[in-house]
Design a protein around this ligand. Sequence first.
Ligand SMILES: [Zn+2]
Length: 138
Amino acid sequence: MKCQKCGKEIKNEFAFCQYCGSPTSPTQEFMIVTTPSIPGYKIKKVLGVVTGLTPRTRGVLGKFVASFQSMLGGEVTAFTTELEKARIEAMDRIKDKAIAQGANAITGLDLETSDLGLQAGVTVISATGTAVIVEPER
Ligand SMILES: [Zn+2]
């Protein structure tokens, strides 16, 4: 099977191109959920834990409100602050990693901020989840 976008050879079972990330079928949508499972889908294969890190300097985080759930509702474009961008970036990174492994979804997503210490003045936003292959339940 060849990717329709970049023309590279991709494995048949892959729902997304592992090179450019484009879906192999027009109806395919990459799903990211915080729950261990996705309603209406069953997990066909667990590929492993993926992590995406985005470092940010301190100060940006003053406005941090951990309302990540609301972000999953679909209003992603409404988020414009630095930290929100950092979170989206961290999620993009785990999504890319998951796609590179052949996943079509991430379950059990967890977003954390960790401090590298006073001297560093850097906070790292990390997204961790499980890369899985899901298929619709019949
Ligand atoms: Zn491609």
